[in-house]
Design a binder for this molecule. Structure first.
Ligand code: BG6
Length: 485
C-alpha cells in the first residue's frame, strides 16, 4: 500500500463515444439515437430530463438533415479524427485506465446487419493497441447512451425483446475481436436511467396511448438479460475478462430525522439499488415486485429469464457519483435544486455547482461504504467530476483550481473509504477531455482536464490545451495518490 491507494489502482479518465467522437457519418457509421438530439432551445436545469427527449417529428427532421448544425453530438469534440493526439495526451497524463465506449453504430450501423463494419472495428483495434502500448487499460462500455436509431424507430427500442439478439451479436463481435486487448467491460452505462430518461437510455419514444413507466420496466428487463448474455460470452471468450454493471448511484439522505422522511429516503435508496440487486445478486428484490403489483405493471418474462439473471451476474460494480439527493415524505414544502437526472430537494448543508448539483465529497465515502457493505464485490468509480465554465486567460492557460479542489476533496473521501475497508479497483474521472454534455448538449459545461477550443454552437479550432488540473492529476497518479497530502 502507498499513501492509502492499493498497488495497481486504476487511475484514469472517462468519456463516451457519443459525446466526444463526432465524425457521425464517417467510415460507414450509422445514425444513433444521440445523433438526432437537437441543441436545447432553452435550458431548464431543474427539469433536466426534458432536454433528453426527442419526438418522432424531431427524428424525421434530423434524419432528413445532413450536417452538424444544431446537433452537437454529431460533432462531439472531434475525438474520432484526433484519436492519436488524444491517446498521446492520455499517455503523457500517465493514466492506467481509459474508460470509454464503443459506438455501436460504427460496428453495426443499423443494428440489424449480419456482418459488422470492418472500418469501425479497425478503428477501435488501433486505439486499444495504442493504449496498451502506453500501459493504459481500456475499460469499455458496450452501450453508453447510444444505440442504432434504426432499432428505435423500426423496432421500438429496448421494449422489444428482439433488440436483445442484436445487442448480443454486437457484444459478441467486439468481445471476440478485442480479446486480449480489452479485459474490463461494462455492459450498459447507468442502467437505472432507463426509468428516468427512457429515450436516451433505452430508445423509447413517447406514445400518448401507452404510459412510459411499464414500458421502461419491460425495457430494463431486456437490458438485464442482454447484460447477462454479454457477461456469459465475455467469460467464455476469455476467463480473464472482468465484467461490471454501471449504476448512477444516488444516495438519498432524509430531509429530517422524522421517521417518515427516513423511510422515504430508504425507499428511494432501495429503488436505486434494485438494478445492482439484479445484476450483482442475480434477482429482483421484493421492493420492485411490490412496486409492480401496486402500479399494475406486468413484466413479460420467458422461462429461463430469471435463471439467466441468477447465473450470469457481474464481477464488479461500477458507478458514477456526482451528488447526493434529499428525500422527504412531503417534498412539496422544500425548495428544489438541479440534478444529474432529476431535480432534488435542496440540502441546506451543501453548496451547489453552477448547474445546481450538490457538492458532497463526504457523500462519496458514504456511498462507497454502503455499496461495499451491501454487495461485497469490488467497486469501481467510473465517473466523478465537475461540470463548470472554464476561462482561457490572456496567456492561453486555464487555471481550473475549482476542478482541482473538487477532485482533491472527493479523492480524500475515497482514500478514507479504502481505509474503511472498501475494495476499490479504480477511479476514472469524468472526463479526460472536454465533451458534449449528455443532458444539456453544451460543450461549455466543461468536465475535462484537457480543454477543447469549441463553443456550444460548434465554433472553434477544436485544438487541445492542458488545463492546470492536467498537471495536478498527473502528479497525483505518478505518486499513486500520495500528493493528495
Ligand atoms: C452521467 C453520464 O450521467 O453524467 C455521462 O454517464 C454524463 O454521459 C455525465 O456526461 C455528466 O452529465 P452531463 O449531463 O452534465 O453531461
Amino acid at each position: 500500500m502507498t499513501a492509502g491507494f492499493p498497488d495497481g489502482f486504476l487511475w484514469g479518465v472517462a468519456h463516451a463515444a457519443n459525446q466526444c467522437e463526432g465524425s457521425y457519418d464517417v467510415d460507414g457509421k450509422g445514425l444513433s439515437q444521440a445523433d438526432v438530439i437537437p441543441s436545447p432551445q432553452a435550458m431548464d436545469y431543474v427539469n433536466i430530463g426534458d432536454l433528453m427527449k426527442v419526438s418522432r417529428e424531431q427524428i424525421a427532421t434530423a434524419v432528413a438533415y445532413h450536417g452538424t448544425e444544431g446537433y452537437p453530438k454529431r460533432r462531439g469534440t472531434d475525438a474520432y479524427a484526433r484519436w492519436e493526439e488524444d491517446a498521446a495526451l492520455f499517455a503523457e497524463l500517465g493514466i492506467k485506465a481509459l474508460r470509454m465506449s464503443i459506438a455501436w453504430t460504427r460496428i453495426f450501423p443499423n443494428g440489424v446487419e449480419a456482418e459488422p463494419n470492418e472500418a469501425g472495428l479497425a478503428h477501435y483495434e488501433r486505439l486499444f493497441t495504442r493504449l496498451r502500448e502506453s500501459g493504459i487499460e481500456p475499460v469499455v462500455t458496450i452501450s453508453h447512451y447510444e444505440m442504432p436509431l434504426h432499432l428505435v424507430t423500426e423496432l421500438g427500442g429496448w421494449e422489444n425483446r428482439e433488440v436483445i439478439g442484436h445487442y448480443v451479436r454486437y457484444a459478441e463481435t467486439i468481445l471476440r475481436r478485442y480479446r486480449g486487448l480489452v479485459r474490463h467491460w461494462l455492459t450498459f452505462n447507468e442502467i437505472n436511467t432507463t426509468l428516468i430518461e427512457p429515450y436516451t437510455s433505452a430508445g423509447l419514444l413517447e406514445d400518448p396511448e401507452r404510459p412510459m413507466e411499464p414500458r421502461s420496466y419491460q425495457a430494463l428487463h431486456h437490458q438485464y438479460l442482454a447484460s447477462s448474455h454479454a457477461t456469459r460470452i465475455a467469460h467464455e471468450v476469455d476467463p480473464a475478462n472482468r465484467v461490471g454493471c454501471m449504476l448512477a448511484r444516488m444516495t438519498h439522505y432524509p430531509a429530517t430525522s422524522d421517521p417518515d422522511d427516513v423511510l422515504e429516503a430508504q425507499r428511494l435508496n432501495e429503488m436505486n439499488l434494485q438494478h445492482t440487486d439484479v445484476q450483482v445478486r442475480g434477482a429482483y428484490p421484493g421492493i420492485v415486485r411490490r412496486y409492480w403489483r401496486e402500479h399494475g405493471i406486468e413484466i413479460a418474462m420467458e422461462p429461463g429469464d430469471e435463471e439467466l439473471l441468477a447465473e450470469h451476474t457481474v464481477d464488479f460494480l461500477s458507478f458514477s457519483y456526482y451528488m447526493t439527493l434529499v428525500a422527504a415524505a412531503d417534498p412539496s414544502t422544500y425548495g428544489q435544486t438541479g440534478g444529474n437526472l432529476f431535480s432534488t430537494i435542496k440540502n441546506p448543508n451543501l453548496p451547489v455547482t453552477e448547474w445546481g448539483w450538490h457538492l458532497d465529497p463526504v457523500g462519496l465515502r458514504v456511498t462507497l461504504n454502503d455499496l461495499w457493505n451491501r454487495y461485497q464485490v469490488p467497486l469501481f468509480i467510473v465517473e466523478n467530476g465537475l461540470g463548470a465554465t472554464d476561462q482561457v486567460l490572456p496567456d492561453g492557460s486555464i487555471q481550473d483550481d475549482h476542478r482541482i479542489d473538487y477532485m482533491q476533496r472527493h479523492l480524500e473521501a475515497v482514500r478514507e473509504a479504502i481505509a474503511d475497508g472498501v475494495d476499490l479497483l479504480g477511479y476514472t474521472c469524468w472526463g479526460g477531455i472536454d465533451i458534449v454534455s449528455a443532458s444539456t448538449s453544451q460543450v461549455t459545461k466543461r468536465y475535462g482536464l484537457i480543454y477543447v477550443d469549441a463553443d456550444d454552437a460548434g465554433h472553434g479550432t477544436y485544438d487541445r490545451t492542458r488545463k492546470k488540473s492536467f498537471g495536478w492529476y498527473k502528479e497525483l497518479i505518478a505518486s499513486n495518490g500520495a500528493s493528495l497530502g
